[in-house]
Design a protein around this ligand. Structure first.
Ligand code: NAD
Length: 318
């Protein structure tokens, strides 16, 4: 649905509003898991979230408050452009309006910050996100920290991450929300469960660990300096692989019956062709794990669904 998408081009002589190129990355379908683990079907879970979001959007629209996502894109990075296109279509499908604010690639801190502050001040703007990368030399975290925490639907403002730690009502980083909802979808009661999170970045690994702590799990956060990681991981009833290292996690990392969530996304091309793989060696882990999320078709679609849900939550709060 294109009717809800708008592009505001701040580039002198820039692209035509709504002139999205039609070519998109071919959608790859999840590869079947070889053996025993029950797949944690991110696509099906995301579809259920989208159905809920659609109903909530319609309710808001009837009240004259249709949710809208205002996204900022600086420069012409191809991946960011593709992401913005796909975001416009996804928002359209659930009835969320999408406005893309474009700045030229030579925009500096002042211009980007100015646009973010303008969006913060606009009463009609309820949901703001920033496409990455920003131009070299612009401090991304400094810009992210300017986004009004109540409009920060990606949960990238440190204030929102702090709110997650304190258990306050806030917009939680989308991938972390996706991972925890996927774990809970298996029916596991996280209280007291031993959870190991491999990877501790500010926007992925750390918020996942904090959300698991909030569920009163026993959480070990690990990183590239952790010694003997396979032995630590083997103890986990829940293992989250979010290191950004292709196929890091093999059979010797996994406790039989464990819930394993693969957050990694890597596009590879070799003799077997072009495909997307994760941080987990699925052929080795599937026969051992109890539940395993596929790549693609796992955390990716759920992360997008969580962004949509955050947009609705931001709009509902008014
Ligand atoms: P990052 O590079 O910012 O952080 C990686 C973390 O993993 C760091 O804490 C690092 O210390 C740790 N690490 C690196 N090598 C390690 C090793 N060998 N053993 C243990 N820990 C190691 O990456 P990120 O932004 O957190 O992303 C991680 C992965 O998640 C990437 O593959 C990224 O593409 C993917 N990702 C997926 C989604 C999604 O929607 N599915 C969203 C965001 C990120």
């Amino acid at each position: 649905m294109r009717g809800f998408a708008t592009t505001l081009d701040y580039t002198p002589g820039g692209a035509d509003p709504n002139g999205y190129p039609s070519r998109m990355s071919p959608a790859s379908s999840p590869q079947p898991l070889p053996s025993h683990a029950t797949p944690i079907d991110g696509k099906a879970l995301a579809a259920a979230v989208r159905a809920d979001v659609t109903a909530r959007v319609e309710k808001l629209a009837v009240a004259g408050r249709r949710p809208r996502l205002d996204a900022v894109l600086v420069g012409g990075d191809r991946s960011a452009e593709l992401y913005a296109e796909s975001q416009a279509r996804t928002c359209g499908k659930v009835g969320i309006e999408y406005v893309l604010h474009r700045l030229p690639s030579d925009a500096g801190y002042k211009e980007i910050a100015g646009l973010v502050l303008l969006l913060n001040a606009e009463e009609d703007v309820r949901a703001v996100m920033l496409h990455l990368p920003l131009p070299a030399g612009v401090d991304t975290e400094r810009i992210q920290s300017l986004i009004d925490p109540g409009k920060d639907v990606e949960g990238v403002n440190p204030a929102n991450i702090g709110n997650v730690v304190y258990g306050r009502r806030s917009l939680v980083p989308c991938t972390a929300l996706a991972v925890v909802e996927m774990i809970e979808s298996t029916g596991i009661d996280l209280k007291g469960k031993r959870c190991v999170v491999v990877g501790a970045s500010n926007i992925v690994g750390k918020p996942i660990a904090v959300l698991l702590m909030r569920a009163e799990a026993t959480v070990v956060s690990t990183n590239k300096f952790t010694d003997d990681l396979p032995a630590i991981a083997r103890d986990a009833e829940v293992l989250v692989a979010a290191a950004g290292v292709p196929q890091l996690v093999g059979a010797d990392w996994v406790r039989p019956g464990a819930v394993v969530v693969d957050v990694g996304i890597h596009r590879v091309e070799d003799d077997a062709g072009a495909r997307t793989i994760g941080d987990v060696r699925h052929d080795e882990v599937a026969p051992i794990a109890g539940h395993l999320s596929p790549v693609p078709g796992g955390v990716g679609p759920m992360t997008v669904a969580m962004l949509l849900r955050n947009c609705v939550e931001a709009a509902e709060r008014v």
